[in-house]
Design a protein around this ligand. Structure first.
Ligand code: RAM
Length: 383
C-alpha cells in the first residue's frame, strides 16, 4: 500500500535531544508552574502526585524514527475546528523540542468512520504513535485496539477513548471541576442565580461532553443552585450550522431561557451569534467552553460575560510528549508514574504530571475568563 499523504503539516525533528525526564527522588522535578489566578481549587486534588517513579535514563532522539516508519499521527475530532488547530501547534512545538515526526490528517466534522479509517491507515503504515480525540469512542475502539496490538502507542487527548483502547489519556481538565465551573458561571449570569438554562453540546457520544454534562447535573442538585432549572440538552455536533439551528430551536422551545451553556468551542460561538442576532443581549446569556479569540467580542458585548477553558497548545504539547515517552519506553503507561515535560509551555498544566486511575493524566483546573482578564489572555496564551 502506498503511503497516505495527510494534508496538513509535518515536522521532522530527528537529531534533537529528547528531554522527557521521569521524576525521581525529587531531583529532576522543576518548580511547578503556578496555575492562572482564577483557577478553581477543586481540581488541586486531582493533581496530587501519586507514588513517584524511579528515574529512568534519558533516551536519545535516535530512538525516534522519522516519516519512513510513520511517525506520530495526531487525529483530531475534526479539522475545521480552530481549537484542534491550536492543539496541533502544541504537538508541533513538542516535536521541535523532543524529536519525532508529527503529522495530522484532515477530517471534516464529527465523522467516526473517517477517524476509524485514519487509525487503520496509520497502523498499516507503521505509525509509532496515534494521538487521538475520538468523536465516538466505542466506534473507534476496535481499530485502536488493533493498533495497540500492532505495537502502536495510543494516546487519547481532549476526549477519552474507551478504556482498554489507549495507553494514556491526557485529559485537559478535571471533569468534576469543569462541571462545577460551568454551573457556577450559569449561576453568575442568570439574574439572582435563578431561571431556566439549557445545554448546547457537541457530538452525542463524545466522552468529554457527556462527562461535563453529567458533572453539571450532579452540581445542579446542590441547594446552592436550586433556582436553576435545566430545560434540556441539545447537540450541535461541533458543526456551526447545526449548532446555530439547535440554538434557535432551544430559544423557540423555551421562551424563558436565561442561560445557554455550551461546553464546546464551536457551539459557544454559534450560541453567542444567535443571541446577538436575535437582539436578546441582556435577556439571554451564553457561557461554556470557548477560546479567548472567539469569545472576547461576546465578553465585551455582555452576551457571554464569563466562559472557561484550558490551554489547548499545552494540551497538544503534553499529549505529544507522553506519546514520545511511551515510544521510547521512558513512560511505561502505568498508574502512579510521575513525569515532567521540560519546555512545556504550561501556563495551565500543573507539573509534575501523574498517571492516575484509568491511565489518565489531568492537566489542571479550568480557567475562567471575564471582562477583567480577557484582553491579557488573547495572545500570550496561544489558545
Ligand atoms: C470542541 C470539542 C472538544 C472540546 C472543546 C471544548 O472543540 O467538542 O472536544 O474539548 O470544544
Amino acid at each position: 500500500m502506498s503511503r497516505l499523504v495527510f494534508r496538513g503539516f509535518s515536522r521532522a525533528a530527528a537529531g534533537m535531544a529528547l528531554v522527557i525526564v521521569l521524576a525521581g527522588c525529587g531531583s529532576t522535578v522543576p518548580t511547578p508552574t503556578t496555575p492562572p489566578a482564577t483557577a478553581t481549587a477543586t481540581a488541586a486534588a486531582t493533581t496530587t502526585p501519586l507514588e513517584v517513579a524511579s528515574a529512568s535514563a534519558v533516551a536519545s532522539a535516535e530512538t525516534i524514527t522519522g516519516p519512513a516508519t510513520g511517525g506520530f499521527i495526531v487525529i483530531p475530532k475534526q479539522s475545521n475546528n480552530p481549537y484542534f488547530d491550536v492543539a496541533y501547534e502544541g504537538a508541533q512545538d513538542a516535536a521541535g523540542v523532543l524529536g519525532g515526526d508529527v503529522s495530522a490528517p484532515r477530517t471534516s466534522g464529527g465523522d467516526q468512520t473517517k477517524q476509524m479509517w485514519m487509525i487503520q491507515t496509520a497502523t498499516n503504515q507503521g505509525a509509532q504513535a496515534i494521538i487521538i480525540a475520538p468523536n465516538d469512542p466505542t466506534g473507534d475502539a476496535p481499530a485502536l485496539q488493533a493498533a495497540m496490538a500492532a505495537g502502536v502507542k495510543v494516546v487519547g487527548f481532549d476526549s477519552s477513548p474507551v478504556p482498554g483502547s489507549y495507553n494514556v489519556f491526557v485529559e485537559p481538565v478535571d471533569t468534576a471541576a469543569m462541571g462545577g465551573t460551568l454551573v457556577q458561571m450559569a449561576c453568575d449570569e442568570a439574574p439572582g442565580c435563578t431561571g431556566e438554562i439549557a445545554i448546547l453540546s457537541a457530538a452525542q457520544n463524545a466522552t468529554d461532553q457527556n462527562g461535563w454534562i453529567a458533572a453539571m447535573q450532579t452540581t445542579l442538585t446542590s441547594s446552592k443552585y436550586a433556582g436553576l432549572k435545566l430545560d434540556g440538552v441539545y447537540y450541535g455536533n461541533d458543526d456551526p450550522t447545526i449548532s446555530t439551528r439547535q440554538t434557535q430551536a432551544m430559544l423557540a422551545a423555551h421562551p424563558n431561557l436565561k442561560v445557554i451553556v455550551a461546553p464546546t468551542t464551536v457551539g459557544i460561538v454559534a450560541a453567542a451569534q444567535v443571541v446577538t442576532a436575535k437582539k436578546k443581549t441582556g435577556r439571554v446569556f451564553v457561557t461554556g467552553i470557548g477560546t479567548p479569540q472567539d469569545m472576547a467580542v461576546y465578553v465585551k458585548s455582555g452576551v457571554a460575560p464569563e466562559f472557561a477553558t484550558w490551554n489547548a497548545t499545552d494540551l497538544g504539547y503534553v499529549a505529544y510528549a507522553v506519546a514520545v515517552g511511551l515510544v521510547t519506553g521512558q513512560i511505561k503507561g502505568n498508574v502512579g508514574e510521575t513525569f515532567t515535560v521540560p519546555s512545556d509551555p504550561s501556563p495551565h498544566g500543573t507539573q509534575p504530571y501523574t498517571i492516575g486511575a484509568g491511565n489518565v493524566v489531568v492537566l489542571g483546573p479550568p480557567f475562567v475568563f471575564d471582562a477583567q482578564n480577557i484582553d491579557q489572555y488573547i495572545n500570550p496564551f496561544g489558545f
